[in-house]
Design a binder for this molecule. Structure first.
Ligand code: ADP
Ligand code: MG
Length: 728
């Protein structure tokens, strides 16, 4: 029988870049046409309803229930004009995915007649059965009801598919008793918390802004692979990553992929993705090849954090769907290929006031720089104080392969500030009133206030949390994760820091200092306090691990260790103080993430066993047998060099040793898995999987990968790394 792998490889020659976009108009003409945006609100809503909805979106005031019917009617009319037959509340349950349940607009007006109707109640609230979503113990199975509540902050949108369209209504998801069952509600709560704290700090400096929003630009990394190869890899299909696979002679060592010219088939895919996202009002701006072969990046222009998080979820869905159309598969796993860079999501975060001023933008005006420095140090202090909780917010089985591998930020949460900012901080801390510092970017001469020029120092790409001139880039987020959780943690921890600094400054002023003196004194104190979390060197070096240990920084290398902090005292104190999570909600998150980890690793372990026994050993045996047959035939040949021939049995022995090695490790794996499953406690289960099962899985793989390099290429059934990574 023909080897399906080789058949798939040959078939790839026929693949072409697809032309899928009919109307190639400029983006400016298509932007947001599939959203119920301001223009459509004006067109489809009566003036009064429009004004109210606008105020609800802009200031968060609640929508008058009397107007809900007229808003619903307007949205429905717009949706019908786009060909929609159904509507769906669209939300982020506590998986990393989104959920939707579609209902047709139809209502009976007669026994045999229906019309399209959509009520204010249907718009405002849905009641999906919540029992099949993870709740971490928040919802008893007898009380299955959950409610989705419309969040007007993100515009409703239309999802198109070949046979029709559906109206999606961004929503939050809560239980009967009001606890959040999703990722969005806590993010929205955290936005209010940081807004209040930031307004308080701005107030000290005379800034009258009544609103502060956080901004997010999420750069998304991903791999693409041809579907015919993907289908032949059970590990990719079931776990999103390769559990086996020998390293190819060429990986990423030539450094020839990053920013390289984009293959036509991929570009065609990217263009369709962008076209769809632009029509959904998602401002995608950047596309390029990433470091690893067949790895790419898409990045939008930043937006309000909660909208940007929703948009990133939509983007991942669209990318997945469009890939299928192009005969491709989107891999969002954090580490699909061992030994090759993994994928992350660079979470660019900042704060902006009502007047559009970025609070993390240094200015040439010394007075404003005091405000900038307070905001900047509030973030650094937050990381010092709550880095372990932020680390926990990005912990997952997939991300464990990435954090700490030598191409991604380590699990140690430290901050990079760059030499420009460091000079300013040093000068303030030492109270040196030099007129010009060595880098000439700071000037403390004028009334002792800092003047800061735009930082031109090199970017540090190894830091998990880097200040990049006017925003922080948090690089530890996994590529498949929702941005909501890390962003809500950043929001709350920074809010707590802003409040703390405001308290300290106000206390100083009560003692009689003027504002400038009080701020400089608190800055000085804070700089000393946060020093240990600042690291401007190479985060990948082993020296840093030792140094971080000395500085007492957390280094939770794996998910089970990291997740514990969610229910630790720091976390409970922080989140309950600000009412972003109740203790019960924190426990539910801890349980859900721990359970997800346990299930993920268990599935991987089962599949390692299955692939080893059903695919790898049989292939190696077949090859060893045919090799032995060949040797026997050769031995019968007259005049054959018997000694040289005898040496060839060595290869057969190596194959047998490899097979025996796999078998032995698989037996250990089975015993260990049984032992884990017998455990009661989820935390102990997770730790056993992490510390005992995963190392055995690696051992099985080691043997299998050696066999892959020995067995006749035409027999090996699993697509090889060189094929998955270089053919498209
Ligand atoms: P890089 O960091 O790769 O050099 P950019 O500086 O262009 O790239 O920014 C990367 C991302 O950061 C983009 O999504 C961009 O919109 C976003 N970004 C820029 N400014 C801000 C900001 N003030 N707040 C949040 N995100 C921002
Ligand atoms: Mg970046």
């Amino acid at each position: 029988m023909e080897n399906p792998r080789l058949k798939a490889v040959v078939g790839l020659a026929e693949r072409k870049a697809l032309k899928t976009i009919e109307n190639k108009g400029p983006f400016s003409e298509k932007y947001g046409v599939n959203t119920f945006n301001d223009e459509m609100m004006r067109k489809y809503l009566p003036k009064q309803a429009y004004d109210k909805l606008r105020a609800t979106i802009d200031t968060g005031e609640s929508l008058d229930p009397d107007l809900a019917d007229s808003v619903a009617h307007g949205i429905k009319e717009w949706a019908l004009s786009k060909g929609a037959t159904h509507f769906s509340h669209w939300f982020q349950p506590m998986t990393e995915l989104t959920a939707e349940k579609h209902d047709a607009f139809i209502r009976h007006i007669d026994k045999d007649k229906v019309i399209e109707r959509f009520s204010g109640r249907e718009l405002a609230q849905g009641e999906p059965d919540a029992s099949s979503f993870p709740s971490g113990g928040l919802r008893a199975t007898f009380e299955a009801r959950g409610y989705t509540i419309w969040d007007p902050g993100t515009p409703s949108f239309i999802i198109e598919s070949p046979n029709g369209t559906t109206l999606c209504i961004p929503s939050v998801f809560i239980s009967y008793s009001g606890e959040s069952l999703d990722k969005k509600a806590p993010l929205l709560r955290s936005g209010k918390i940081i807004e209040k704290a930031a307004i308080r700090v701005l107030g000290l400096f005379g800034n009258k802004s009544k609103r502060v929003k956080t901004t997010l630009g999420a750069e998304q990394e991903y791999f693409l692979i041809d579907r015919s190869l993907y289908n032949l890899r059970p590990d990719l299909v079931l776990t999103g990553r390769t559990l086996f696979g020998a390293r190819p002679p060429k990986g990423q060592q030539l450094e020839d992929h990053y920013f390289g010219s984009i293959k036509e088939r991929v570009l065609s895919y990217m263009m369709e993705v962008e076209d769809e996202l632009i029509r959904l009002g998602i401002p995608v701006k950047t596309r390029h090849n990433e470091v690893a072969p067949n790895q790419f990046e898409i990045a939008p222009i930043f937006e309000d954090s909660s909208i940007a998080s929703d948009h990133n979820q939509i983007a991942m869905e669209v990318m997945r769907k469009v890939a299928t159309k192009h005969g491709l598969v989107l891999l969002l796993h954090e580490k699909p290929f061992a030994g090759i860079n993994g994928s992350g999501k660079h979470n660019n975060w900042s704060m902006v006031d009502e007047f559009g001023n970025n609070l993390l933008e240094p200015s040439q005006t010394p007075h404003e720089n005091l405000q900038f420095l307070v905001c900047l140090l509030a973030v650094v202090r937050a990381l010092k104080r709550y880095g372990h909780i932020l680390r926990a917010s990005v912990a997952s089985a997939g991300n464990d392969h990435r954090l700490g591998a030598n191409e991604a930020p380590p699990a140690i949460m430290s901050v990079f500030l760059g030499t420009g900012i460091m000079d300013v901080l040093d000068t303030i801390e030492n109270d040196t009133s030099v007129s010009k510092s060595k880098s000439s970017v700071i000037d403390l001469g004028l009334e002792n206030l800092p003047k800061i020029a735009k930082d031109t120092t090199d970017r540090n790409r190894t830091s998990p949390f880097a200040f990049t001139g006017n925003k922080f880039e948090f690089r530890a987020v996994g590529s498949s994760a929702s941005c909501s959780t890390p962003n809500l943690v950043i929001n709350v921890m920074v809010a707590e820091s802003l409040d703390t600094l405001a308290n300290r400054i106000e206390a100083k002023m009560r003692e009689g200092s003027d504002l400038k003196k009080a701020v400089l004194s608190i800055l000085r104190e804070t700089i000393t306090e946060v020093r240990p979390v600042i690291f401007n060197g190479d985060n990948y070096s082993s020296d840093w691990h030792k140094e971080a240990d000395k500085r007492g920084l957390y280094n939770d290398r794996n998910t089970p260790a990291a997740l514990k902090h969610i229910v630790g005292k720091d976390s409970i104190d922080l989140f309950t103080k600000y009412k972003v999570f109740t203790e019960a909600e924190l426990h539910s998150r801890y349980h859900i993430h721990t359970e997800a980890y346990v299930k993920t690793v268990d599935i991987e372990a089962q599949l390692v066993r299955e692939m080893a026994l059903n695919t790898i050993i049989p292939t190696a045996i077949t090859y060893a047998g045919s090799f032995a047959d060949g040797l026997a035939k050769l031995a019968a040949l007259k005049g054959v060099n018997a000694k040289a021939l005898e040496e060839q049995t060595d290869l057969v022995n190596k194959l047998i040793v490899g097979i025996a090695g796999i078998k032995k490790e698989v037996e250990k794996l089975e015993t260990e898995l049984d032992a884990v499953r017998a455990l009661e406690n989820e935390q102990t289960k997770a730790e056993s999987l992490c510390n005992k099962v995963i190392p055995i899985m690696s051992k099985v793989r080691e043997h299998a990968d050696i066999l892959e390099l020995m067995v006749d290429d035409s027999l090996w059934p699993l697509p090889k790394y060189r094929e998955m990574l270089f053919l498209l």
